[in-house]
Design a protein around this ligand. Structure first.
Ligand code: ARG
Length: 567
């Protein structure tokens, strides 16, 4: 792929000798200002010369190849470069044509390891909407990094540990037969939990039994371990239904319990560092110099914490995966937790290469039109039900729009799930997500179904002509109208967009880009007659349609959205 930014940077280097000049080059938001621009203000300080003068000097000194750069202009201290549209067209058609589904991918990640910790629901509790966001955002990042050549390890750090399991074991021991936990695991286990919890409040002796069970579980007692395993298995079976629908998978299912025998080392290391101090009977790391509350490592009753297990996980992941980045995807409610453990992790004697690359990727809440969706407020929404409702609603719309369609069920599944996923990834993560069926399923809005619908339109063009022409027969000079050129320029940016999304851990950069592509295609489609008496012109336009088709499909797949071939 011709790298125009590099070509321009090299040109500028011929005129002035500045390190990393590439980083100075911008893509102007105002298209009138060229395709690339060099603002000379920062250079002016370094070179002690007026920006306008620098721009003029460079312009004078460089010789341009008009087949690539058609014009260079100085405007108010900016040096603006206009790329010859034909050069862009040729490189775009050639690269998409040759690379197909690989177009936009890269090898920048080769040899680098990325660990992504996402989804992580809690065993025996409902898989709630916050975990849906973690699953969707984490799943997208997983695919994005892979596409850039990284070796990615997806980890489901399940909440499968803690004193509540002592209670569940006690409840099950007493009344297990009354509940059908194989059929309806989460609901039934929740009922058992509520019941035993009430009993504990009335009867201290029962609470003591529960504590004992947890202790036994930690010591590897067979009865307790088997029950815990059963709770874990039935819960996972239920969670798997959501993962199957979303087509999300993990390389490791090591949850919190996996670290139960690995926390001793953390505690030893923290002791050695001299920073583990006693406070009201508990052991904490004081973080007042970092303006944070202390990080609780051992509670006053002797048990370890969520933080202790996360610290053990950092040690384990550094050693096992030798990560270049370790990413954690959770809601912003855990910002403090991660700030604390990332700080405490510096006391574990790990190489800075690990502790400098712990990244918390946080996201906002989901707002129903009626308010926050959370399990705590009692309006539990089961994810499986929610996803199935999306599919049902999509299927009603399809029934209406296209009752004769083949594979209606499969299409409805893709459209319904695509709508939910796209809605989740449409805004910058930290913004609260508004969950509204009508908005996300609107075929004309900035939605998943709209992208799918645009993709289907490209398909029907390709189907109508039968064979996509050979690249070598396509005359790129015929794609010289504005609508075609604007679409081509945006297709050119695909690879850069994916890198930006990875840099910022923001899948929405890809979502917005795909919407732009869909809009540009729509304009191209209305302004140009694709099926044409002029066969040469038709071939060129069909080829551009084919390129758009590939980018839409690849881009959507990076978000976790599958495209129906018809809808
Ligand atoms: N199970 C936790 C929760 O539901 C999320 C775990 C996130 N990952 C981690 N390493 N702490 O809040």
């Amino acid at each position: 792929m011709l790298d125009f930014k590099k070509i321009i940077a090299d040109k500028i280097k011929e005129a002035i000798n500045i390190e990393n000049i590439r980083e100075y080059i911008e893509v102007p938001t105002n298209k009138e200002m060229g395709d690339y621009s060099l603002p000379c203000f920062k250079l002016a300080k370094e070179m002690k010369k007026a920006p306008q003068m620098i721009a003029n000097d460079i312009k004078e000194k460089i010789k341009i190849d008009e087949e690539i750069i058609s014009k260079v202009d100085v405007v108010n201290g900016y040096l603006n470069f206009y790329i010859n549209p034909l050069a862009i067209t040729k490189t775009v058609l050639e690269n998409i044509g040759n690379e197909k589904e690989q177009y936009g991918g890269s090898s920048i990640g080769n040899g680098k390891n990325i660990v992504i910790d996402y989804s992580a629901p809690n065993i025996a509790k409902p898989f709630h909407i916050g975990h849906l966001r973690s699953t969707v955002i984490g799943g997208a990042l997983y695919k994005i990094y892979k596409f850039l050549g990284y070796n990615v390890v997806g980890i489901n750090h399940l909440g499968d540990y803690g004193t509540q399991f002592g209670k569940l074991i006690e409840g099950y021991k007493r009344w297990g037969k009354e509940y059908n936990i194989d059929e309806n695991p989460i609901d039934e286990l929740t009922k058992i939990y509520v019941r035993i919890n009430n009993l504990c409040k009335e009867d201290e002796a029962v609470l003591e039994e529960c504590r004992n069970n947890f202790k036994k579980l930690e010591d590897g007692d067979e009865y307790c371990t088997n029950l815990w395993q059963k709770f874990r298995d039935v819960s996972l079976k239920e969670f798997q239904k959501v993962y199957d629908l979303l087509d999300v998978d993990f390389d490791s299912w090591n949850g919190e319990a996996f670290y139960s025998d690995k926390m001793g080392e953390v505690i030893e290391l923290l002791k050695k560092s001299g920073k583990l101090v006693e406070s009201e009977g508990a052991e904490v790391v004081d973080l007042s110099d970092k303006d944070m509350p202390p990080c609780l490592i051992i509670k006053s009753n002797g048990s370890t914490t969520y933080a202790t297990r996360d610290l053990a996980a950092i040690l384990y992941r550094a050693r096992t995966y030798d990560f270049d980045k370790a990413i954690y995807v959770t809601s912003y409610e855990q910002i403090l937790h991660f700030k604390q453990i990332f700080e405490v992790a510096k006391l574990l004697g790990l190489d800075k290469k690990y502790t400098d690359n712990l990244i918390h990727v946080s996201f906002g809440m989901v707002q129903l039109k009626t308010g926050k969706m959370s399990t705590r407020e009692g309006n539990i929404i089961k994810l499986e039900d929610l996803l199935n409702e999306a599919i049902t609603r999509a299927s009603e719309i399809i029934e209406n729009k296209n009752p004769d369609l083949d594979n209606k069920e499969e299409v409805a599944k893709k459209v319904g799930l695509g709508a939910v996923i796209f809605n989740d990834l449409y805004n910058s993560r930290i913004k609260d997500e508004i969950f509204d069926w009508d908005t996300m399923l609107n075929f004309n809005g900035e939605t998943g179904p709209y992208l799918q619908y645009t993709y289907v339109r490209t398909n029907s063009v390709l189907e109508k002509v039968g064979n996509t022409p050979e690249l070598s027969t396509v005359d790129a000079t015929l794609l010289n109208d504005n609508a075609s050129i604007n679409l081509i320029k945006e297709l050119y940016n695909f690879g850069e967009i994916i890198k930006q999304a990875a840099d910022k851990n923001e899948p929405y950069i890809i979502s917005r880009y795909l919407i732009d592509i869909a809009h540009l295609f729509s304009t191209f489609y209305t302004e140009n007659k694709i099926i044409n008496d002029d066969k040469k012109l038709q071939d060129a336009r069909v080829y551009l349609t084919y390129c758009t088709n590939i980018v839409l499909k690849t881009g959507a797949s990076l978000l976790g959205i599958s495209m129906p071939e018809k809808m």
